[in-house]
Write a protein that binds this ligand. Structure first.
Ligand code: TXA
Ligand code: MG
Length: 312
């Protein structure tokens, strides 16, 4: 890919971004927290392209951005507490982790197969304009290569992802400069999953409820406290054929009951991964086997997820 163009935020750059996103390409766009790498949240292959651009060695669930509370309620189930938080603090640097709404169009790769969804209404005019113009929810992790710090200026994105993405929209420096606060809302109350500028005191003021941390003690780093989706059945890796009682998920020349990608395309395979794991889990077979996946590019993230599932 050629050096990535950086265009100032205006109608023209947004229109260009919309056409790229419609083609499944990720675009860097400012939010009030950090620059995000945005892709169509309803397309598994668009989400796979985000992971490929970031070079992320594992699939963490992503934050899904929407224009307003009404759009959020189409994707997630809100209770009164979640509604109070949304009313008080959206648009803004707060992400809510809520039960995923049944029939939601969001791709399973975006939520990493979980029954919950992380959702946010951003305040930045560029991200808002992009959301409105695209007409779909946008998944957006921070727009930096895996393992590097989050970008708060277009130039930071260019250093980290230049040549790997087709467009950076420049909206100046991010006013918050720190990733959004993440809070999970469920029957047990409010759990702070990632601290940010929306503090526990602010969350309590909006809801009247105390805030606990993921473990009830000190706040853990985001990667550690995540409960990852894993199938209930045992899982065997590098399977060339199905043994009795196994549901085989194929890849390339290894054909199974289903295939992540008959043409051995890793983007297609990543997009299909969680759907096929859920299918295998719901099948009559007692165990799951998965064909060998090549250990490069997105294959590393697929293997990472399968290895965790095998040892769950
Ligand atoms: O400020 C932000 O939130 C930025 C901007 C671009 O909006 N985005 C961002 O995304 O920081 P990312 O992908 O770097 O962080 C997403 C984090 C994951 O690491 C995970 O901890 C949490 O969100 N997450 C996503 N879905 C979750 C879920 N269903 N349950 C628990 N945590 C979840
Ligand atoms: Mg990040």
């Amino acid at each position: 890919m050629r050096p990535t163009p950086i265009l100032l935020f205006d109608d023209v750059s947004i229109a260009h971004a919309v056409s790229l996103i419609a083609q499944g390409e990720p675009v860097a766009v400012p939010t009030e927290t950090v620059y995000g790498l945005a892709g169509d949240a309803t397309s598994g292959t668009a989400i796979a392209a985000i992971y490929a651009a970031k070079g992320r060695p594992s699939f963490n669930p992503l934050i899904v951005h929407v224009t307003d509370v009404a759009a959020a309620e189409r994707l997630a189930v809100f209770d009164d507490v979640a509604r109070a938080l949304a009313a008080a603090l959206w648009p803004g640097p707060l992400t809510l982790v809520l039960p995923r709404r049944e029939g939601s169009p969001v791709a399973s790769l975006a939520t990493a197969g979980l029954a919950t969804i992380a959702i946010r209404v951003p305040a930045h005019p560029a991200m808002q304009a992009l959301l409105k113009a695209c007409g779909v929810p946008l998944a957006a992790p921070s727009a930096n290569a895996s393992g590097t710090i989050s970008p708060t200026r277009a130039a930071h994105v260019a250093v980290s992802l230049g040549g790997r993405i087709p467009l950076i929209i420049d909206g100046g420096a991010c006013v918050v400069g720190l990733e959004s606060t993440i809070v999970a809302v469920d029957e047990t109350g409010l759990r702070l999953l990632r601290p940010g500028v929306v503090t526990a005191e602010v969350l309590t003021a909006a809801t009247g409820l105390p805030i606990t941390t993921a473990t009830g003690g000190a706040i853990e780093s985001p990667g550690q406290m995540l409960s990852h989706y894993a199938p209930a059945k045992s899982l065997r890796l590098n399977a060339l054929d199905a043994q009795p009682g196994e549901y085989l998920i194929g890849f390339g020349i290894v054909m199974g009951q289903s295939s992540l990608s008959p043409s051995a395309d890793l983007v297609e395979a990543a997009a299909a991964l969680f759907d096929q794991l859920h299918c295998a889990d719901a099948s009559p077979q007692a165990r799951i086997a998965v064909a060998p996946i090549p250990p490069h590019g997105l294959g590393l993230a697929i293997i990472d997820r399968l290895t965790r599932a095998a040892h769950a």
